[in-house]
Design a protein around this ligand. Structure first.
Ligand code: MN
Length: 511
């Protein structure tokens, strides 16, 4: 496409290009919203410091268009600055990879994985190959792009560490077909280099769907084949209601781990997908309105209708708590581990043998999708650190959670002569969980200010105190979710609002 010259320039003043006024103008000009499935979005309205933010999100997509290439897209000033890298990224600092600066893409492109229709710009399959956080340690990214040297650090699922982009030719701002800027993408020497293995070959699959780019176009046929095989096997038709799916777990104090148990490390969720609609429910059956990147990954699976049981983790308990409290996507990467499959399309699989459900589960969430957003849980090892979900060989619903003692934080909500009353949050409300012995030293370290009104459910032997102090204990939840404290470890720095220790991993609650 040829660009008409409309600006009259005079003197040394560079012309104001429309890409400065609207960084997405070229993106729109190249695409027909009625014919392509790519996302469109209004240009960002950013003021002051926000335009020079030193961190954001990134995506690398693998794109089989006219030429095979990887697209590296870095968040800069509210858009995704994009580079087409024919040979793709490398973790080897000896590699210098050509990177062509292409038009900026809208932020919604972070989630894009699809086959771009024939005849459209960039026609062909595209998978999301890596996604995560980008930081610009040296300069503002706009300055780096302007000056021809951009340093950045990637915190992705597959790409990690420092990189540099250096402009080699085509200086002159964003340019058009035929006169694009050429840059080199080079891995910095740091702890994340890998001279032996090719990161592209190690991880050929999408971080979202677990499909390779060769498999992506046949995703609809894969789903059809799955439905036909379920029909042939005589699977029972039926829907799975959220309230029925959440069988009330039984808490058993035991250190034994069943051979097919899986360790819980995060928050248990049920995932419902119907076409493009993805809904998450916490362990109490309430809708969870967050984890957009996981929703996107579920929406990319080739099975377009399913119900999954599993858990969401965010690196650590603190990471999960921060995301629940509203931390941005890039701050703590979320991951979903599937334990069980309840339904596919019109079929209710809960009465199928566990083994069959496990096998179907691997068809829905490709198990080989290493370092992706979704995975299938492997049986727990010998020494689990947290609660273990054991699923017996029979129908879905026979779930027990075996609990080994673990370190947890609780809010102090009452005191008696020799005990503290401990509580944790369920949603927005503190709930009494149990009691712990208190030493003089610990009592001195706490503020313990008496209040008139106690928490509902606080046993009468306690005098209520304001929920200001957090203590750390090693303990276990026994039957009926009662806390049994083995040892009081002392005070904790965790903020009261983040204390969500409970018999089931923290329920995910809408703020
Ligand atoms: Mn491309």
């Amino acid at each position: 496409m040829k660009e008409e010259e409309t600006d009259q320039t005079n003197g040394d003043e560079p012309p104001i290009t429309d890409s400065e006024l609207d960084p997405l103008a070229e993106y729109r000009r190249k695409r027909d919203p009625a014919a392509t499935n790519e996302p469109f979005q209004d240009p960002p309205v950013l003021k002051g410091d926000a335009r020079d933010a030193r961190e954001g999100q990134f995506v690398v997509q693998l794109h089989h268009a006219t030429r095979v290439h990887y697209d590296l897209r870095l968040e800069v000033a509210g858009v995704l600055e994009s580079f087409a890298v024919p040979k793709g990224p490398s973790q080897n600092p000896a590699d210098k990879r050509l990177a062509i600066h292409t038009e900026a893409h809208p932020m919604r492109y972070l989630d894009f994985e699809a086959v771009i229709p024939d005849g459209q710009y960039g026609a062909g399959p595209m998978i999301a190959w890596d996604r995560g956080r980008v930081r610009y340690p040296k300069t503002s990214p706009r300055e780096g792009l302007e000056n021809g040297k951009l340093s950045f650090e990637l915190y992705g699922r597959r790409l990690r560490g420092g990189y540099t982009l250096i402009r080699t030719r085509g200086r002159g701002g964003r340019s058009f077909e035929g006169s694009k800027e050429a840059w080199l993408l080079i891995k910095k020497r740091d702890d994340e280099i890998d001279r032996e293995r090719d990161v592209r070959e190690r991880y050929p699959q999408s971080v979202y769907s677990g499909l390779t780019i060769e498999e992506l176009p046949s995703a609809p046929e894969r789903y059809d084949a799955l439905l036909s095989s379920l029909a042939e096997s005589g699977a029972r038709r039926g829907t799975v209601a959220v309230e029925n799916a959440l069988s009330r777990p039984t808490f058993v104090k035991t250190l034994e781990v069943s051979a097919n148990g899986v360790e819980l490390r995060g928050a248990r969720v049920l995932v419902y997908r119907r076409g493009s609609e993805v809904a998450l429910y916490d362990s109490l059956g309430r809708s969870v309105e967050m984890f957009d990147e996981l929703r996107r990954a579920f929406a990319c699976l080739s099975t377009t209708s399913f119900v999954l049981d599993g858990e969401i983790t965010c690196g650590s308990a603190a990471g999960l708590a921060a995301r629940i409290a509203g931390a941005p996507i890039h701050a703590h990467a979320a991951h979903f581990r599937a334990f069980d499959l309840l339904s596919i399309g019109p079929y209710d699989l809960r009465s199928c043998p566990r083994e069959e459900r496990a096998q179907r589960l691997r068809e829905v969430v490709p198990a080989e999708s290493a370092r992706a957003l979704l995975s299938v849980a492997e049986p727990a090892g010998d020494a689990p650190r947290g609660p273990v979900l054991t699923v017996d060989d029979g129908a879905y619903g026979c779930v027990t959670v075996s609990v080994s003692p673990r370190v947890m934080d609780f809010v102090v909500v009452g005191e008696s002569e020799n005990e503290l009353a401990l509580a944790s949050y369920v949603g927005a409300r503190l709930r009494f969980r149990g009691s712990a012995p208190v030493s003089k030293d610990l009592r001195d370290a706490l503020s313990l200010s008496r209040v008139d009104e106690g928490l509902s459910g606080l046993p009468p032997r306690f005098d209520p105190v304001a929920p200001q102090d957090v203590v750390r204990v090693r303990g276990t939840f026994i039957e009926h979710g009662v806390l049994e404290v083995e040892e009081v470890l002392g005070t904790s720095d965790v903020e009261v609002a983040y204390v969500t220790s409970g018999p089931v991993a923290a329920p995910l609650v809408n703020r």
